[in-house]
Ligand binder design. Structure first.
Ligand SMILES: [Fe+2]
Length: 366
């Protein structure tokens, strides 16, 4: 891991590109809070379809101008200077008492407690503009926000519920053709002070000649650890890099594509991936430790995410280990276009994605 300082307000003074942090002012935070309160009164839930359908117009109306401009730039800038992650520091005041004790797992979370945060996150996606959607491949849909909570029974897994091992950097749902375009991670609680890890394809100085095979559809892209393999995995292959040849996008999951023991890449594919990883692993950024109320917004085609191993429910105060409430993070995913993925959404709900693996839908929806 390198030790780089986070950039404040895009002051690109260092040679290497880093995520941009935006300090939310008191006035901006108040505007967002008031917007969430108003929208909650008007629409009830952030899942309300009328709200989600109008989220772009509502974002333009309610979000501070400075943030709207940053969101618009972020969504259409794929340049060499675009890291692919924006950090909004102090976007929302979190009422820790109202949240109460952290539940044992995501299945037992009370989502009504997160309703105002759902509105705030949806407005960020709306301002890009991008539309909040849900994926059957993640928690069978489960709504537009997923609570990511360490679960003791899942400690060792490469999932959001894990904690005891490093969660390798990955773009979300790398095994889908229509993976989310943007992700937001709102930190409700992080008393353990777990740093987040980010890795941008733009952190490579250049796309070298020996990375060229990564543009070819020769790679096995296995489904992730959340999904049980009930049947034999089909041998669908895809590329790791795509889009522009000089400034590409990526679908990359180190744990699944390189280190999954049940997946045998061909020698050519393995060699190319390994070369890529040998450079990429030194470009991982892990100097930002999110605090309650911070939001990280990620372009899922440019920037991968992960997290270091940690002990859930244990904080360190001046060298003394004390029990604390376990971490809670809220993830929202969005797509810029509902039309492009229409073959992979429910007939009656274009916001519900039913793709299972690289262009193939779940059988129960075919
Ligand atoms: Fe993830």
């Amino acid at each position: 891991m390198n030790s780089l300082k986070i950039l404040e307000e895009s002051s690109l003074t260092e040679e290497r590109l880093l995520p941009v942090a935006i300090n939310i002012t008191d006035d901006e935070r108040r505007m967002i809070r008031e917007a969430a309160d108003y929208l909650e009164k008007k629409y009830g839930s952030f899942e309300n379809r009328e709200f989600v359908t109008q989220v772009h117009q509502l974002a333009s109306y309610f979000l501070p101008d400075r943030l709207l401009k940053k969101l618009a730039d972020f969504s259409s800038d794929f340049s060499k200077d675009q890291y692919g992650a924006l950090i909004f520091k102090g976007l929302f005041d979190i009422d820790q008492e109202k949240i109460g004790n952290t539940p044992a797992n995501w299945q037992s979370a009370d989502y009504s407690k997160f309703n105002a945060y759902g509105f705030a996150c949806a407005l960020l996606h709306g301002g890009l503009p991008s539309k909040p959607v849900q994926y059957y491949s993640q928690r069978k849909g489960g709504g537009l926000i997923h609570a990511i909570i360490p679960d003791d029974k899942m400690r060792e897994t490469q999932t959001g519920s894990g904690s005891a091992t490093d969660l390798y950097v990955h773009t979300e749902d790398a095994f889908l053709k229509h993976q989310a375009d943007f992700l937001s991670f709102m930190y409700v609680r992080n008393e353990e002070q777990v740093p987040s890890t980010l890795y941008s394809i733009r952190s490579h100085e250049s796309i070298r000649e020996d990375f060229r095979p990564l543009f070819d559809p020769i790679f096995k892209i296995p489904k992730d650890a959340n999904l049980q393999n009930e049947e034999e995995e089909t041998e669908t292959l895809d590329a790791v890099l795509y889009g522009n040849q000089k400034l590409p996008f990526m679908r990359f999951d180190a744990a699944e594509q390189l280190f999954n023991p049940s997946i045998q890449q061909t020698d050519l594919a393995h060699h190319a991936l390994n070369k890529f990883w040998q450079e990429a692993k030194h470009l991982i950024y892990s100097d930002f430790t999110p605090q309650a109320g911070d939001v990280i917004l990620v372009n899922n085609h440019l920037c991968a995410h992960g997290r270091s191993a940690f002990r859930a429910g244990v904080k360190n105060v001046n060298g003394v280990e004390l029990n604390c409430e376990k971490r809670i993070m809220l993830r929202m995913m969005s797509k810029v276009s509902l039309m492009d993925m229409r073959a992979h959404t429910l007939t009656e709900d274009p916001f519900f994605v039913i793709e299972e693996h690289l262009g193939k839908n779940f059988k129960n929806f075919q």
